[in-house]
Design a protein around this ligand. Structure first.
Ligand SMILES: *Cc1c(COP(=O)(O)O)cnc(C)c1O
Length: 322
């Protein structure tokens, strides 16, 4: 029995409906021609805060009891989870503290503060963010909501695949980006419950393929913080809960190099006119690079997980390929 079951995802979908966007599913005849596949894209780059993280964050915070709500929430993140927690906390009128590295991008710090959250900086080379989080929780009574290893977070992230498969039945394969595994674990539970023969593929940056190693080895493998442009998947290890689900329900984990991510970013922009952050490109990156090879005509669902990349960075990355 896993920490999350399909019913938790169905309940989460109801619970978060008031706070999240029902994102579109797009297709592209140009990308079908390029890959020889029948591709469907679930566009969480159009989600509130620009990434699917809003789903898990709101699902977790909306289940706080009165006492937890009064004390609020604390988390350590410099990425999309930070903004999702800050936004959810504001909607639910509770205090939030976000522990961020002092050298986090100014734009991300500003976005988090704009939602009304308090930002506590730390030195990423000297201090451990988890212990800072624990300390704040102990002193303030705040509840910690981690970015992936939490049943309510996993259930919330699973609503992406639930919506996707309700809209596009009979997918043969579903691809999800993989960082700490909240999205992939939720995807696997929803997809396998709705369609037991579906193949669920985790797509991870090659430089940070701890998930692939863990999947192959059957135990959680920890690595140093990887150097990759996929900043939403720079995790050092899967979580205990996410790994347990992934090892039993996921078909395979494939690894994608950075140039393939940039190629996918450019394809999304040029062929589909959509703005996708590098981590959000892991699914298409796996297909265009050959990391994931499928028979012609396979009906594939690709989760585009987020769109938060600023224009300067976007252009730099595209130009670096030339
Ligand atoms: C967090 C994130 C991921 C990875 O999700 P996990 O649940 O940590 O595996 C992928 N893409 C984007 C855009 C993210 O923000």
């Amino acid at each position: 029995m896993h920490a999350v079951v399909f019913e938790d995802i169905v309940t989460a979908a109801d619970r978060i409906a008031c706070a999240v966007n029902k994102t579109p599913v797009l297709t592209s005849s140009a990308l079908n021609a390029l890959t020889g596949l029948d591709l469907h894209f679930k566009c969480e780059n159009f989600q509130r805060v620009g990434a699917f993280k809003m789903r898990g964050a709101y699902n977790a915070l909306s289940q706080f009891d009165a006492d937890q709500k009064r004390h609020g929430v604390v988390t350590a993140s410099s990425g999309n989870h930070a903004q999702a927690i800050a936004c959810s906390a504001r909607l639910l009128q509770m205090p939030a503290t976000i522990v961020m590295p002092a050298d986090a991008p100014v734009i991300k710090i500003a976005a988090t503060k704009a939602y009304g959250a308090e930002v506590r900086f730390y030195d990423r080379y000297q201090e451990n963010r988890e212990s800072i989080c624990d300390e704040i929780a102990a002193h303030s009574g705040m509840t910690i909501i981690p970015p992936f290893n939490h049943p309510h977070v996993i259930a919330g992230q699973g609503t992406v695949a639930l919506e996707f498969m309700q809209e596009v039945p009979d997918l043969e394969v579903i691809c999800a980006p993989l960082g700490g595994g909240g999205l992939l674990a939720g995807t696997a539970i929803a997809a396998k419950a709705l369609q037991p023969d579906i193949r669920v593929i985790g797509c991870e940056p090659l430089a940070g393929n701890d998930g692939q190693q863990s999947f192959q080895k059957g135990e959680i493998v920890q690595i140093d913080t990887p150097k990759t442009i996929a900043d939403g998947a720079q995790t050092q290890a899967l979580g205990t809960l996410t790994f347990d689900i992934i090892r039993s329900l996921v078909t395979d984990v494939v690894a994608v190099d950075d140039p393939a991510l940039i190629q996918a970013m450019q394809l999304y922009a040029e062929r589909m006119k959509i703005w996708v952050e590098p981590t959000g490109c892991l699914g298409l990156g796996a297909l265009v690079s050959g990391a994931l090879q499928l028979p012609a005509g396979t009906r594939v669902g690709v989760i585009i997980s987020g769109g938060n990349v600023d224009a300067t960075r976007f252009l730099q990355l595209i130009q670096s390929l030339r």
